[in-house]
Design a protein around this ligand. Structure first.
Ligand code: ATP
Ligand code: MG
Length: 302
């Protein structure tokens, strides 16, 4: 991923007001070529609204958005051809077989994708000759994945793509996504849980109650998170020995063991521990879902 290039996707204060119910407010972020961008938030946070507004499928109340340098809010056929979209719920012409449907879409997009349709179907274990209305939820989702990827789009919007997919198929889906990323596609991947996008995304945005809470690298979020560190000493130590250590927010001492809570870097604590003859250090990495919940809660405390 290169930051020197222009963003492929750019939202500036994108707002959708549904009237009575809250939609999204002042949503801004950028996604670069070859970047997988995680878009996270609890139910009703505004993920789908953001994606659909960004694609021009829902009329924005205010703000602006561009995709591939074009005004995204006036979705042109030219732009649509270069976008792949996997809706959260993949509902479609159910009297077609999967193959008939995918070929129909390809014709509409004016492209020929038989090779990739068959390739993906085999990898995802989808029988293309079944009627879509006969397919299970997971198998229907596979049709959605092929629908999104088969024309090698430059930009992909994947709204909870793995819902209903079994773990093996999920892994194959991740490979297909990695291939798209490797050829430079920009991908927005929405999910409820951070751990689900952890291995796929570089940066994430968290949205809650229609507003962006944070846009950050996953690694930075991890570094900034609160973590627990247990220190084991040779003999009993005194909590006062650690008074004023930067980053240390709590310390509970029980004989030779000190349970510490650290925010940000643990460097100062470890230095102090070494000075006091620490024998063993046990660090508990914060779970990403804990980080996510902390951020969501702190954005609207109560
Ligand atoms: N067509 C609509 N008319 C009115 N309000 C809507 C409409 N679609 C969504 N909303 C409201 O906008 C807010 C955001 O909903 P949205 O579907 O974008 O959330 P989401 O993050 O995709 O949630 P989920 O994880 O459940 O898919 C919610 O408060 C929802 O009630
Ligand atoms: Mg949604």
């Amino acid at each position: 991923m290169s930051r020197r290039t222009n963003p492929r996707i750019s939202l500036t204060n994108l707002t959708k007001n549904y009237g009575k119910s809250r939609g999204i407010r002042d949503v801004s972020f950028e996604v670069f070529p070859g970047e997988v961008f995680g878009f996270l938030g609890p139910n009703g946070a505004g993920k789908t609204t953001t994606i659909r507004t960004l694609m021009g499928l829902i009329k924005a109340t205010s703000g602006s958005a561009s995709i591939l340098g074009m005004n995204a809010l006036e979705s042109s056929p030219e732009l649509r051809k270069r976008i792949g979209y996997l809706p959260g719920v993949f509902a479609t012409y159910s009297n077609y077989t999967a193959l008939q449907f995918l070929r129909f879409v390809a014709r509409m997009r004016n492209v020929e994708c038989d090779d990739l349709i068959f390739n993906y179907a085999e990898r995802l274990r989808l029988d293309l000759h079944r009627h879509i209305h006969d397919l299970s939820k997971g198998n229907r989702q596979k049709v959605g994945v092929i629908y999104a990827f088969m024309h090698k789009p430059d930009v992909l919007f994947l709204d909870e793509p793995t819902s209903g997919l079994d773990p093996l198929v999920q892994r194959e889906f991740e490979r297909i996504l990695n291939e798209a990323q490797a050829r430079g596609a920009s991908i927005i991947l929405s999910s409820h849980v951070l751990s689900e996008v952890e291995n796929l995304a570089d940066r994430i945005a968290i949205i809650n109650e229609g507003e962006i809470v944070v846009v950050e690298h996953i690694s930075t979020l991890k570094e900034q998170a609160v973590r627990r560190i247990d220190l084991y000493f040779e003999s009993a130590i005194n909590a006062n020995s650690f008074a004023g250590v930067a980053g240390l927010t709590e310390i509970v001492v029980d004989g030779e063991v000190a349970q510490c809570t650290v925010t940000g870097s643990e460097r100062e604590l470890l230095r102090a521990a070494v000075n006091h003859g620490v024998m063993t250090v046990h660090t508990h990495e914060p779970s990403l879902d804990e980080i996510f919940l902390t951020l969501v809660k702190s954005s609207h405390p109560q």
